[in-house]
Design a binder for this molecule. Structure first.
Ligand SMILES: Nc1nc2c(c(=O)[nH]1)N[C@H]1C(S)=C(S)[C@@H](COP(=O)(O)OP(=O)(O)OC[C@H]3O[C@@H](n4cnc5c(=O)[nH]c(N)nc54)[C@H](O)[C@@H]3O)O[C@H]1N2
Ligand SMILES: Nc1nc2c(c(=O)[nH]1)N[C@H]1C(S)=C(S)[C@@H](COP(=O)(O)OP(=O)(O)OC[C@H]3O[C@@H](n4cnc5c(=O)[nH]c(N)nc54)[C@H](O)[C@@H]3O)O[C@H]1N2
Ligand SMILES: [Mo]
Length: 809
């Protein structure tokens, strides 16, 4: 989130779209209700289903799964046509005035540079016009036709109210209502917030769904202000921590990419990833990347990292050319090219798309190691559960090891929430039986690998060298403590740190007080620069529990530690005009008092006096928010509506020759598993229920009592057509597999008119499988498409084509 949970109460308009906060985030959802009761905010919900959030909303409207970009670009067209934008903000704080490269174009569904053979764009024209010094050209009058704002106007002109309805199925009068409500927040002292999660991310256009919303927020001046922002509601309680710490195949901690095979040395790598400043006098904070990277390497490899060996850069794994992701890893497994799989804290048979294919892939492994406190569906994938999984155990040779782990309440540590708050928690109970913390198990595996390599004359020496180079300087190397790791992430001074006047600011061995102290000469360490400040010489900042709130805005600076540097609202300099006067004095985050800045939040780095040329978006090399993102997204500098991989209408009303996202992640073998609308005429979408947490709570009797049996939701029109009554047993099938469940016939899912066709949507909750104390169920992912977002590879779990029939119980 750019903002944080409590700040939602400051909103004038709360929009839940691409998520269902009342159901999936019931505790945080209270802040939406606070906005309603304290602030008189309206709550609007846009969802294919009238869900539990809709039940308490002021305004609800339906939408066809996978069509949100058309909806949102229609909103942008309305805002531009009706002059409902925050002019000052758009002119100075966004890149509306920047001039785009003359060669950039968009035609018939494709941006400039598409190569059909590789299914990739050459993005070199997705750039600004630059002057002799390499800085972007601007036209502050916005008359030049190559201004971002003018290209945007032309781009969204096609999203007329008629076209939006034709694609989304949302009635025009509803869409207009949405536009009118959100347009009110163009007033400088009004803010809207969007609460979103998987309803937006789990699409082949997922990242561009979120871009579209961020662009609306920029046009309305709603970013950097209290009650506004771009607010992802994160999932698993520490998934924010997972992304912060880079637990992706292509990332290092703190959003630094993993080098690829072609990045042959540290200098070349840093040169490639460190952004050049695009407008004079901008902070461009990522220009400090070398300091963060070298401190990270020092943290990883300590004494083995020095200027002479690129700080141990060669020890880092390198991403193969073309990248690596979950799809390709699974494909390699499916092709029999993988021996073993360590599966830690996940249940892929249940949670990855096309469960049938996952089971086949796991069957081709030599061994599978599961780290989990529970017996998971994945750990019993080889057992036969009748038509629930349809496997022959005698054909499967995979050896399965189960290593029982503790869970959060059995250990201490920090959890990062959606609002970037790192909150320390304490151990509540000892783990049962032989369960151990994950880090202890990993430490034992490391020690054993060193032992094996030392005794294996045939092992490549680099493997042993790499393992030994890793910093494992813990009091007990087999049981690293959360405190030790948190301090490592924060970083240390490795020498006395001296400021420009020769004064020692930090002594050798002391903890850094922030990432501003990081150096690129090997004199500092710190594995995750954004976490610097979490554990300083003053102690553990994550244990802070002072909830005083002098401003009343909920920015309790004494409660926990929010990265970066305890800042609660990112880009907060944008909450005031160029002269430093807050757009909304009642919700003031920063203000120039004539001599210096007053803050009720931690300052962004824009501490320059008012009217200086340094703009508020300090992480962007242009200093502004971006309506046009240059080459930073792989599928376009502007969003565009593309159909889901499986489309119920077989065309794209905007450009029939380019139907789906032309660079969506899909492997050739998975194309054969796509169904057609003739065979599978209905849309299905998958989602959560409050009463269950994924696939764990089917082990807990109370949850199972609350939601005792797998069901699917069927709109009453479709049910009538198919002769399905409430409580009947039905089979929902896709090209990939099926689910059998009780039908809940409901008015809450409406049939929609899309491109002249009636489109029915079937709702499939995700929580059932083959283990647990409940009545056995079927994996929702039997149905799902193995295709993913072009930028993030997140699977398109939110729309697929299915059929439905009544069956005996
Ligand atoms: N009780 C409980 N809470 C949970 C979880 C749980 O399992 N149980 N899981 C946690 C996790 S890991 C996550 S990631 C979050 C997920 O949080 P959410 O994303 O809020 O949850 P979902 O139920 O997956 O989907 C949300 C909504 O998206 C809608 N939707 C589907 N397709 C579209 C579309 O194309 N457009 C729009 N606008 N909406 C669409 C669905 O109808 C559904 O109402 O929840 C977290 N919270
Ligand atoms: N069709 C469809 N598929 C989906 C989704 C959807 O909406 N629709 N949502 C997707 C999303 S957002 C998510 S997050 C995934 C969730 O997918 P998974 O993460 O695969 O599912 P979980 O059941 O949450 O599995 C987490 C496991 O971690 C274990 N665990 C808990 N604590 C610890 C610990 O401290 N250490 C270890 N080692 N294990 C622990 C739990 O017992 C559990 O078995 O599903 C994804 N799949
Ligand atoms: Mo999630």
């Amino acid at each position: 989130m750019t903002n944080h949970w409590v700040d939602i109460k400051n909103s004038d308009l709360v929009i839940i779209m691409g998520g269902n906060a009342a159901e999936a985030h019931p505790v945080g959802f209270r802040w939406a209700m606070e906005a309603k009761t304290r602030n008189n905010a309206k709550l609007m919900v846009v969802d294919p289903r009238f869900n539990r959030s809709a039940a308490v909303a002021d305004i609800y409207m339906p939408i066809r799964p996978g069509s949100d970009i058309a909806f949102l670009l229609g909103v942008i067209k309305y805002l531009l046509d009706n002059d409902k934008i925050q002019h000052e903000y758009v002119k100075h704080y966004t890149n509306a005035t920047f001039l785009v490269n003359e060669d950039f174009d968009f035609n018939e569904g494709l941006f400039t540079g598409y190569d059909e053979a590789t299914r990739k764009y050459d993005r070199s024209t997705w750039a600004y016009q630059v002057d002799e010094e390499g800085f972007a050209k601007r036209d502050m009058t916005m008359q030049d036709p190559r201004c971002v704002i003018n290209l945007l106007k032309a781009h969204v002109a096609r999203y007329t109210p008629e076209m939006v309805e034709r694609i989304t199925g949302t009635p025009q009068k509803d869409h207009l209502k949405f536009c009118e409500e959100i347009a009110k927040t163009a007033a400088p002292d009004k803010a809207a917030t969007f609460m979103y999660a998987l309803g937006w991310t789990q699409h082949t256009v997922g990242s561009q769904n979120i871009r579209s919303m961020a662009m609306i927020q920029l046009l309305l001046g709603n970013i950097g202000v209290s009650g506004g922002g771009v607010n992802a509601l994160r999932g698993h309680s520490n998934v924010q921590g997972i992304t912060d710490l880079g637990l992706f195949p292509h990332m290092l901690p703190s959003y630094i990419p993993l080098p690829t095979e072609t990045d042959v040395n540290l200098d070349g790598f840093l040169n490639r990833i460190t952004p050049k400043t695009l407008l004079q006098n901008q902070t461009n904070y990522w220009q400090n990347t070398p300091k963060f990277m070298v401190s990270m390497l020092k943290s990883f490899f300590t004494d083995k990292a020095n200027a002479g060996n690129d700080f141990g850069y060669d020890y880092l794994p390198k991403l193969p050319t073309g990248g690596f992701d979950k799809f390709r890893f699974l494909e390699a497994m499916y092709d029999g090219k993988v021996n073993g799989f360590f599966c830690q804290g996940m249940n892929p048979v249940a949670s990855w798309p096309n469960s049938g294919k996952i089971v086949k892939a796991l069957s081709r492994l030599k061994y599978l190691v599961i780290f989990d406190p529970l017996i998971t569906d994945t750990s019993v994938f080889w057992q036969n559960f009748g038509d629930h999984n349809d496997v022959k155990p005698e054909d499967i040779q995979t050896e399965v090891f189960r290593l029982p782990t503790t869970c959060f309440a059995e250990e201490e540590g920090s959890i990062a929430n959606s609002g970037r708050w790192l909150q320390w928690h304490w151990k509540a109970a000892d783990a049962p039986g032989e369960a151990k913390p994950d880090v202890d198990i990993l430490s034992e595996i490391r020690a054993e690998l060193i032992h094996l390599y030392e005794n294996d004359a045939n092992a490549k020496p680099i493997l042993l060298e790499q393992l030994k180079a890793m910093n494992w300087n813990y009091v007990n190397p087999l049981e690293p403590k959360a405190e030790e790791i948190a301090k490592e992430n924060n970083g240390y001074a490795l020498e006395d740190l001296v400021d420009a006047n020769g004064n020692v600011v930090l002594k050798k061995g002391e903890l850094l007080s922030g990432f501003g102290q990081m150096r690129d000469d090997g004199t500092t360490s710190g594995a995750c620069w954004i976490y610097a400040g979490q554990w300083t010489q003053k102690g553990n900042q994550m244990v802070n529990r002072d909830n005083s709130d002098p401003s009343g805005l909920g920015n309790t600076l004494g409660w926990a530690f929010a990265w970066p540097m305890n800042r609660r609202v990112l880009y907060n300099r944008a909450s005031a005009d160029l002269a430093g006067n807050p757009w909304n004095p009642k919700r003031q985050l920063v203000k120039w008092n004539g001599k210096n800045w007053n803050y009720v939040d931690i300052a962004d780095f824009g501490t320059a006096p008012p009217n200086s040329p340094t703009l508020p978006f300090i992480m962007q090399p242009e200093g502004t928010g971006c309506l046009f993102v240059r080459a930073r997204m792989v599928d376009g500098p502007f969003p565009e509506h593309y159909e889901p991989m499986e489309t119920p209408i077989n065309t794209n009303p905007l450009h029939p020759n380019v139907i789906q996202n032309p660079v969506a992640r899909i492997l050739p073998s998975d194309k054969a598993d796509l169904g057609t609308s003739e065979e599978f005429p209905y849309v299905a979408t998958t989602y959560r229920l409050t009463e269950h947490f994924h696939y764990w709570t089917k082990n807990s009797l109370l949850n199972v009592i609350a939601q005792p049996e797998q069901f699917v939701e069927v709109g009453d029109a479709l049910a009538a057509e198919k002769g399905i009554k409430n409580g009947d047993y039905v089979k929902v099938s896709s090209k990939r597999g099926f689910v059998k469940a009780v039908a809940v016939v409901t008015k809450r899912i409406r049939a929609l008119q899309v491109d002249g066709k009636t489109v029915h949507t079937i709702g499939v909750p995700i929580h059932w499988g083959i283990t647990g104390v409940d009545k056995k169920g079927y994996f929702a992912n039997n149905l799902c498409v193995r295709a993913g977002d072009a930028n993030t590879q997140t699977p398109e779990s939110k729309c697929m084509l299915v059929n439905i029939e009544k069956v005996g119980a």
